[in-house]
Design a protein around this ligand. Structure first.
Ligand SMILES: *[C@@H]1O[C@H](CO)[C@@H](O)[C@H](O)[C@H]1NC(C)=O
Ligand SMILES: *[C@@H]1O[C@H](CO)[C@@H](O)[C@H](O)[C@H]1NC(C)=O
Length: 302
């Protein structure tokens, strides 16, 4: 019982000393010195009453196995010192880790900010792309419409051009039962009044004159018929000059005469072509249409 109380008192002293060391920063040697001085009763207790009591108690009761207890205390002191170093080390590690965490947190925050910025940029770019797409679509539609309009206007122009190129006429002298023209003392222009065709209205059935509306190559043809012993000759004229003629001479009154001729002429716009009956000649026509004047544009020239 006494031994137990003694150990308790010693432990109390030890705890007190350790406490003092933790608070006041005594080193291992100082602790063991203090403990041994208290146990060896060489020096009286110095500090406070608690310590004095503990020392007095141990002086009164603890006079058994002192060297063993000292060894145990030294060992404990060493362990405590070691643990203190460990704690210091751990504290340093924790401080370091805290700093690392702070750094990481800062990095994460920074990355988050960057992500937000990137997301904003991507959103902006998407909007830009959408706007560009819309713009392109609008422009394409407009261009398509323009091309379509252009094509339509070109087609219309070509149609008009083709309509202008549609030039062809054909006419005979008369539709009556029988008609004699000539003989006259001078040459006359024949008026082919019975019009079969007059596309483009370039032939005038009142004057008998064809006027070229386009520059081009034109084909003309006449057919001449007569009887009763009088010569029948007619000729194609261009701008006042004879070009080709269809000529018949009949020696006897009962002979039937017919002749024809044709020519391709290059005409400028406004050039005129018509048929002249030679002076002293006579032609005969009827609903049988023996005498004809025809012409058409082969192709335009530039
Ligand atoms: C195409 O023609 C239509 C009808 O003439 C017109 O309303 C439209 O503006 C034209 N479009 C373009 C792009 O020229
Ligand atoms: C046309 O003239 C030829 C030669 O003179 C004659 O043989 C023919 O019968 C004439 N034709 C007509 C329809 O008069």
């Amino acid at each position: 019982m006494k031994a137990l109380v003694c150990i308790l008192l010693l432990l109390e002293t030890f705890v007190f000393v350790v406490q003092q060391q933790v608070d006041g920063g005594l080193n291992e040697n100082e602790i063991s010195q203090q403990i041994s001085s208290e146990d060896g009763r060489q020096n009286p207790p110095q500090t406070d009453t608690l310590r004095a009591e503990a020392s007095t108690d141990s002086q009164q009761y603890c006079n058994l196995g002192i060297p063993d207890i000292h060894a145990a205390l030294r060992e404990l002191t060493a362990t405590v010192t070691e643990q203190k170093a460990n704690i210091r080390e751990l504290t340093a590690t924790v401080t370091e880790q805290k700093a690392n965490i702070r750094e990481l947190t800062a990095t994460v925050t920074e990355q988050k900010e960057k992500n937000r910025e990137l997301t904003a940029t991507v959103t902006e770019q998407k909007e830009n792309i959408r706007a560009l797409e819309t713009q392109l679509r609008d422009e394409m539609n407009k261009k398509n419409e323009e091309i379509s309009n252009l094509t339509l206007s070109q087609v219309e122009e070509l149609r008009k051009e083709n309509r202008d190129r549609e030039i062809a006429f054909s006419a005979s002298l008369t539709q009556s039962s029988i008609e004699y023209i000539g003989p006259f003392s001078t040459e006359i222009t024949l008026t082919y009044r019975n019009v079969f065709t007059n596309i483009g209205n370039a032939y005038n059935p009142i004057t008998g004159i064809f006027t070229a509306p386009l520059k081009g190559a034109y084909m003309f043809r006449i057919s001449v018929y007569g009887h009763g012993g009088i010569t029948s000759t007619a000729a194609i004229h261009k701008n006042g000059k004879q070009v080709v003629s269809a000529h018949d001479i009949q020696p006897q009154a009962q002979d039937r005469l017919n002749s024809s001729n044709g020519v391709v002429l290059i005409l400028e716009v406004g050039d005129v072509v018509y048929v002249r009956l030679w002076s002293g000649n006579r032609i005969v026509d009827s609903y049988n249409n023996h005498n004809t004047f025809s012409g058409f544009l082969l192709f335009p020239l530039r």
